[in-house]
Design a protein around this ligand. Structure first.
Ligand code: ATP
Ligand code: RIB
Length: 307
């Protein structure tokens, strides 16, 4: 099976500063090493889906600078459809500065640049692309108004909408009403619902909150603890794989992109898809950088023979 997936989202050039620990406010510390890689939540999710065999259509933007050209070249090499990626004049390409500590934990600063210029008019131009998709995925590193427009179009054509509400922000009821699957991490979930994710009970309450707003499926990603999944039929925590962490950047993105690439449109295989997505993200956390560490389907098969 090969899903058609539209991804509306960000494209960033990531610069990682390797440090012993995250500095305290007012503190100056040494950067031990610098590295850079292609990133951005949207682009990472698109790459994860494509490397797992989906046909991927990207809706996004870069600036008219060398970083933009380099990001376009990278996504083109992945054979992702870039028809709806615009080069925004006199604007810089999105950029992220990632502070990565010795335990593989990170803090990220994001400069949106061209990502912020994606508007409803650009999304409307992508209507025929969205219409032929099985799924559309979006996040919050691009304007919420663009995501809302894209999801409204998607609903017209029976396309399943997947929202990764990252970075965390409050969400309107209107957007939730056109969202089928929501996939926040614990922090994002608490910002949206006001419910701290601390135990099974709070996860069930969170899923109930989203169900009452029209979102049928809630997937809360819990880092090394796994994924809490709530659907019409199931409420369960699916543990993550135990691995040695080098850099968690892009773990959530890999999970979402690869999971959706194998998901059936009626969501009947969601537990298997989550298992597959977690296998993929467990490989990502063992490598440095976002896109360089996202595995292909072949790599996932090689590591986890039963896939
Ligand atoms: P990020 O912003 O770092 O990309 P996130 O906060 O969106 O990630 P997480 O909940 O940290 O998302 O991770 C997503 C999934 O990746 C987890 O549900 C899990 O399957 C996998 N994962 C993350 N961290 C680890 C880890 N340390 N060991 C194994 N798997 C992990
Ligand atoms: O989710 C990881 C991504 O978040 C990084 O690639 C970085 O670009 C930030 O946007």
């Amino acid at each position: 099976m090969s899903n058609n997936i539209s991804v509306l989202g960000s494209i960033n050039l990531d610069t990682t500063d390797h440090i012993a620990r995250i500095p305290l406010p007012g503190e100056t510390i040494q950067v031990n090493k610098k590295s850079s890689a292609a990133g951005g939540k949207g682009a990472n999710q698109a790459v994860a889906a494509r490397r797992s065999g989906a046909e991927v259509y990207f809706i996004g933007a870069v600036g008219d600078d060398s970083a933009g050209q380099s990001m376009i070249d990278t996504l083109r090499k992945e054979t992702i459809d870039l028809t709806n990626v615009e080069v925004k004049k006199d604007e810089r390409t999105g950029a992220a500065t990632i502070l990565l500590d010795d335990n593989g934990q990170n803090s990220i600063l994001v400069y949106a640049g061209a990502n912020n210029l994606i508007d409803e008019a650009q999304v409307k131009k992508a209507e025929s692309t969205i219409a032929k998709s099985d799924f559309i995925i979006s996040q919050f590193e691009t304007p919420v108004s663009a995501t809302l427009e894209a999801f409204k179009i998607a609903k017209k054509y029976g396309v399943v909408t997947v929202l990764n509400p990252a970075p965390a922000t409050r969400i309107s009821d209107e957007l939730l009403s056109v969202t089928d699957i929501i996939a926040p991490n614990e922090t994002e979930s608490a910002v949206i619902t006001g419910i701290d994710v601390v135990d099974q009970n709070s996860m069930e309450k969170t899923a109930e909150f989203f169900k009452n707003k029209g979102v049928t499926t809630t997937l809360i990603t819990l880092g090394s603890r796994g994924v809490y999944c709530s659907t019409k039929n199931d409420n369960k925590l699916i543990p993550a794989h135990k691995v040695k962490t080098v850099d968690t950047t892009g773990a959530g993105d890999t999970f979402i992109g690869s999971m959706v690439s194998v998901l059936k449109k009626d969501l009947s295989n969601i537990l298997e898809a989550i298992d597959y997505g977690q296998k993929a993200s467990s490989i990502t956390v063992q490598g440095l950088g976002a896109q360089p560490s996202i595995p292909t389907r072949e790599k996932i098969k090689e590591v986890y023979e039963e896939v």
